[in-house]
Design a protein around this ligand. Structure first.
Ligand SMILES: [Zn+2]
Length: 221
């Protein structure tokens, strides 16, 4: 990775960028404007918007729109019944560039091997994937699953750069009456909190959230 001094010199126009998008119609999502622009990219990062002329590679967009891609903050690819690469083939053309996924059902059937499969099959694709470790495998003690994962099992995976934390808590009987223990409650290192477990909300509140008048989507600490 090139250092910041190199990127700044490219941004100032003193060195050619690795890639230059010329004649873009830039969608500036910060100012809510669109306007003509040239955009310089170096080492995989946008380093400047300005009157750049030279670059190792120039792409003339001839007035096409240039916009940041979408980030999908929570998804289960297996629910689409597609493999990860086939899912990307369907979704990437619509502008998704990054996804945070929770491979719960892969883990529920195949355990750690299912999570490893998702990690491997989501590499080197047009969408960047970050994976949340399933916190409840099986989802509850009432379920017959193909695997049973503990916090110690999940700890084996957490060093991977693309593991972003612990996924949502699905163990409903474990949350409200406090039955059992989920791997997500035994956390270490990177983690994703869940409002239900953190605030200890009761049944009425849970039903309100489940009815769609709120959200218990996890957030990243
Ligand atoms: Zn989910």
């Amino acid at each position: 990775m090139r250092n910041i001094a190199h990127k700044l010199s490219v941004a100032r126009g003193e060195r050619p960028a690795a890639l230059l998008f010329k004649n873009a119609q830039l969608v500036n999502v910060l100012s809510a404007e669109t306007y003509p622009a040239h955009v310089a990219v170096d080492d995989g990062r946008v380093v400047g918007i300005g009157n750049y002329e030279e670059a190792e590679r120039v792409i003339d967009l001839e007035g096409r729109y240039l916009a940041p891609s979408f980030i999908d903050g929570h998804f289960h690819v297996e629910s689409s019944l597609l493999t990860v690469p086939e899912f990307v083939r369907a979704v990437a053309p619509h502008g998704t560039g990054t996804m945070v996924i929770a491979p719960h059902e892969y883990a529920n059937v195949l355990g750690l091997d299912g999570i490893r499969y998702v990690l491997e099959s989501s590499k080197n694709l047009p969408i960047d994937f970050f994976i949340m470790l399933p916190s409840c495998v099986p989802a509850t003690h009432l379920e017959t699953s193909g695997a049973r994962l503990t916090a110690d099992d999940l700890r084996l995976m957490i060093a991977d750069q693309r593991i972003a934390g612990i996924a949502e808590l699905m163990n409903y009987p474990g949350v409200l009456p406090g039955l059992g223990k989920s791997a997500g409650q035994n956390r270490g290192g990177k983690r994703q909190s869940d409002r239900r477990s953190r605030t200890g909300i009761g049944g009425q509140e849970f039903e309100r959230l489940r009815a769609g008048r709120g959200s218990f989507r996890p957030r990243i600490d």
